[in-house]
Design a protein around this ligand. Structure first.
Ligand code: ATP
Ligand code: TZP
Ligand code: MG
Ligand code: MG
Length: 271
């Protein structure tokens, strides 16, 4: 991967301040808005059925996140998603906690049926459960397992006709044919709630400025992981509170040179 493209996208986010419409969960709302602002994007959280279609139509990307799902929000996600589809706005979907309850699983499956998703991002168990495979999940956190994450990502990408990112210690993203493996990140990310959710919104910011959505997704994953490593270097010894603050600082400070120096990316042709 030419890591220059990550720098170019970062520059476009900072120059263009793309509007990112988030329908997300109550746990991560503030962190997500601050993370997007730090990166250079312009976040908006809008949930009312009366306005979501209009808001999605003028956004650079729409991010749907099921973290604290309810019936009204599920309906709003479908309205917003259909509008985004009509207006050529990329839709990024984070199926938080899918597989933990039958309601979440059924709702995620309804969303992927009714809305054309551009990029699906979750942990392995969430992605598996979206496509009807019953991998174990504990609340919103992936359980440990040795299953083949690349095969799962490829299967999900083909079945849903979308790009799929599965994150964890190593991140993978694929359109079913080409696979990027990203080795950046830091274990302390698992000690701050919402780091997965913010990542999904950061993918939205990259998708708003890069029309090659596989490249956009891979760029977001590298950039996010490198920013986390830089933040951990300065703050991890102090603990997750300091890390969270420093991570926002690093999302704002990260430049192409950091990504070129620290990015760990492999590309594989799957077929
Ligand atoms: P989960 O609920 O399973 O934690 P999530 O939605 O929080 O899922 P993660 O898979 O934790 O999403 O991904 C969020 C970020 O944390 C990604 O950048 C990922 O690379 C990073 N990450 C997660 N676990 C680790 C780890 N053990 N080491 C390094 N980075 C990690
Ligand atoms: N409960 C419902 S949503 C949520 C929790 C704890 C946040 C999950 O955030 P992430 O990014 O998946 O860790
Ligand atoms: Mg996590
Ligand atoms: Mg998550």
């Amino acid at each position: 991967m030419q890591l220059e493209v990550v720098g170019q996208s970062l520059e476009r986010i900072r120059q263009g301040n793309p509007l990112i419409h988030n329908i997300t969960n109550v746990v991560v709302t503030n962190f997500t808005a601050n993370g997007l602002l730090a990166l250079g994007a312009s976040p908006v959280m809008a949930y009312a059925k009366q306005e979501v279609a209009e808001m999605a139509s003028i956004a650079g990307a729409l991010v749907l996140n099921m973290g604290t799902l309810n019936e009204t929000e599920a309906e709003a996600m479908i309205l917003a998603g259909k509008s985004a589809n009509e207006h050529g706005v990329p839709v990024i979907f984070d199926p938080v906690g899918v597989g933990a309850t039958a309601y979440r699983t059924a709702t995620a499956q309804k969303i992927v049926e009714q809305v054309k998703i551009s990029i699906l991002r979750g942990n392995a168990a969430e992605i598996a459960n979206v496509i009807g495979e019953k991998w174990q999940i504990k609340g919103v956190d992936a359980a440990q397992g040795n299953q083949d994450v690349v095969a799962l990502a490829q299967k999900a990408a083909k079945q849903l006709g979308t790009i799929v990112a599965i994150t964890g210690k190593e991140d993978v993203i694929t359109d079913g044919k080409t696979l990027y493996r990203i080795g950046n990140g830091h274990p302390i990310l698992t000690k701050v709630t919402g780091t997965g959710c913010l990542l999904t919104s950061v993918i939205g910011a990259f998708a708003a400025v890069e029309s090659d959505l596989l490249l956009a997704g891979a760029s977001a994953l590298v950039c996010y992981g490198v920013a986390a490593e830089k933040a951990a270097k300065k703050s991890a010894e102090e603990g997750p509170g300091s890390f969270q603050v420093q991570f926002l600082n690093e999302l704002s400070a990260i430049v192409e040179d950091d990504v070129k120096r620290m990015g760990v990316v492999q590309i594989e042709v799957l077929e």
